[in-house]
Write a protein that binds this ligand. Sequence first.
Ligand code: EPU
Length: 363
Amino acid sequence: MVEDTGETILQMVVEKNVSLQPLNSFGIAAKALQLARVASEADLQAVLADAQWRSVPKFVLGGGSNIVLTGDVRPLVLKVEIMGCRLVSETARQWVVEAGAGENWHALVEWTLAQGLPGLENLALIPGSVGASPVQNIGAYGVELQDRFESLDAIDLETGQSFTLNAAQCAFGYRDSVFKHLPAAPGMGLAGKALITRVRFALPKSWKPVLGYADLERRMAQAGVTDRRQVTAQQVFDWVCEVRRAKLPDPAVLGNAGSFFKNPTVSPDQCADIIAREPKVVHYPMADGSIKLAAGWLIEACGWKGKSVGHAAVYDKQALVLVNRGGRANPCTGGEVMTLAKAIQTSVYERFGIRLEPEPVVV
Ligand code: EPU
C-alpha cells in the first residue's frame, strides 16, 4: 500500500506466511499469517492509517526471546526494527542514552561500554531486543532495568498517538510492568495496546560496580582481584558473560527463552514450613520481609533436570530453563513446551505447595 500524506510517501508492505522460526529464540516452527516490519514511527503510522489493517488484532514481536508459539499467529505481527543508539543528554550526574526498540539488547550493552558509559554491564548477554527490556523489567546479577531506566516512547495501537512514560508510569515490578497487564480500567494496563519505539537509559556518572552475587564474587577471586574499587565495568561485563555462558544455553545453539518461571516469593511462615521439610531449599530474604525461593532449585529437587516431553526438555545445567532439543530441523512444539511446563508446575505444587508462574508470553 502506498499512501500520500502530502509530505512523504509512506510505504507499508504486509508480508504473508512468514516463518517465525528464525524470529523466536526457542526455534519453534510457526508462521505469521501476516507480518509488517516497523522500521520507524512512520511505518507504524502507515499501518494504522490503512483501512484494511487499522482495526485488525495485532501482535508486537521484538527479539522473540520471551515467547512460546503454540501455533501460527493470526493477528497482524508487527516486527519491531527501529534502530539507532545515541547519547541524548549529559548532566553533572548522569548520561542519558536512547536506543531504538529494534536494537539487540546485548549490542546496546556493548555499545555503551565502548562509548565509556558504564551501568548496563550486569545485564550483558540477556537475549532479546531493547523494546522488550522494559516489558518484563529484565534483570540479572543485582541490577534490574528499572535501576537504569529514564523513559520510553510508545505508540497507542488504536489511536496511533505517541506517548512517553517515566519509570513510575511503567509500574515496574519483578519481571513485570504495565505492559504485561490487561487494561482492567482505563489507563491501567497496556498489554497488547502499545508498541514501544524507543527507550532511554540514565547511566549515573558516580558508577560503582555491582558485585555481591556469589557467581560474580567467584570470578573476581579467580581473576585475582581483591580491591573492588579497582574493578572496571569491562571486567564486570566479562565476568557476567563468562557466568552466563557456563550456566545458560546460547539460544543460537540450543533454543530457549531464558528462565521459564519466575522465582516465587513466600511469607516467612511458609518458608519456615518448607525449611522444616526441606532444609536445603535455596532462599533469599527480600527488603519487604518476604522470602524469594530459587525456582531452579525447586524444579531440580522434583527431579526434572534433563527430563523431556517430545523435543522440549529441562536444561541439564539450569533447571529453570526449558530448551528445544530438536534444533531447527526437528524442533519441539509450543504444545510440548507447555505440557512440560504444566507437569513441572504440578509436581512443584504437590511437593512444596508453591505455584510457579511462567515468565514467557504464550502466543
Ligand atoms: N539452582 C539449583 N538448581 C538449578 C538452578 C538453580 O539448585 O537447576 C540454585 C542455584 O544453585 C542458586 C539458585 O538456585 O543457588 C539461583 O540460581 P541462579 O543464580 O542461576 O539464578 P536464578 O534465580 O535461577 C535469576 C534470573 C536470571 C538471572 C539470574 C542471575 C529469574 C526468573 N531468573 O535466575 O534471569 O540471569 O538470576 O541474576 O529471576 C531470565 O530471566 O531469563 C534470566 C536468565
